[in-house]
Ligand binder design. Sequence first.
Ligand SMILES: [Zn+2]
Length: 475
Amino acid sequence: MSIRKHALKIRCLGLALFIIVSVASSQQKNSLSDQIEKYQNIAQRLLEQGLRELPSYSILEKITSVGHRLTGSPGAAAAVELTRQIMMEMGLKNVHLEPTTVPHWVRGPEEEALMISSVLGDHALSTAAIGGSVATHEDGLSAQVIEVKDFSELERLKESAAGKIIFFNVKMEPGTLNTFSAYGKAAAYRVRGAVEAAKRGAAFALVRSPTTANDDFPHTGMMSYEPGITKIPAACISTQGADLLSQSLKLDPDLKVFIRFHCQNLPPVRSYNVIGDLPGYEKPEEIILLGGHLDSWDLSPGAHDDGAGCTHALSALYLIKALDLRPKRTIRAVMFMNEEFGGSGGRDYAASEKRADEKHILAVESDRGGFLPLGIGINADDATLDRMQKWMPVFRSIQIHWIRKGGGGVDIAPLGKQGTVLGGLLPDSQRYFDVHHSGRDTLDTIHPRELELGTIALSLLAYIVSEEGLGPHMK
Ligand SMILES: [Zn+2]
């Protein structure tokens, strides 16, 4: 073959290759843009149906109507039955309860904290026992108070802490944008304050409520004791109460605080996770789980924590069903029991023999309140996340600004250990800790449209994953 002919052949081959690659890539582009158009259409329908009907708010009204849902309480039992009924009425399949054993702590009828000062007079402090705390003596206790700003300051007190009330006056760091990270640091004093104070011989741990709000509502939450360390009682006081006590101690270091609590740790009781499915028509054994936790703290009906999350999961299935969308894979709602008091519901769910023939490809928890959703966190490898980024035009159309690495939750963490990709809905968190675990976590702090936008985001995510799969090779 002459050089000219050879060159011509190479040029022809090059051109053919170029045409093949261009056609393939334009086909790919077409198919991706077709898919985006298809899901954008579905997103728009989910959005309109959700915002017109606001099913999430109606469901949340029902859930909060039973009152608080502390593990082991009548409210928690009522919420199990109520959400089971809601799932049945929605026409979900495989609706059932799965047992889990939960702590049974009750607050008792009275809680009292009184600052007593010969210089400043007496002032009541708004207080709430921390979940799991032992009671004070029936007649209460009265002791001098030592304020500390961290555990190392407590360490330096040595014997002077003996018999005193240790006052952990640690603010949730206001300069931190991510309120969950500021909360994590401040809440350590609520969780471990009693143990650390008891190691120094103190009589009581009094903790500034971990919240950025400046108000008179005490917050509660979980605490822990350690074997071999004396169990001393522990309580939170409101941020305003903490400021008053701190200022008063400067004026009268000898002031005392009188405290009385009647809380009780009763034997554990049996409770349940509540489960319902929209079965997949092609791969029913592959599951996309949407979950929240049904239990709450006992100072309010837990509208944000986590009535909102349960509602997001339930209503997401409702919306998909309302649009007559039949998913390829199973989309499941799980109302987990006992996130707040130890996480037994999530562990028992993952360990159940019922999971043997199931494969959870994605589990998403909503446990960050019912405020305006901003984004979605997915705890997946980079390739999976990259693949999900392709759907961002669809998510932007419902005002979800990003899908990033992150997400998860206490209830779904055990599934994560088994290899399930975890995710979380991430609403704006600036107001969350104003209400979290306090008497302010009530239905009136929920905006029906903001709540619904969270539901719409989860319904869209679950539906797209049910159709497209998650990993780079799934379809
Ligand atoms: Zn929660």
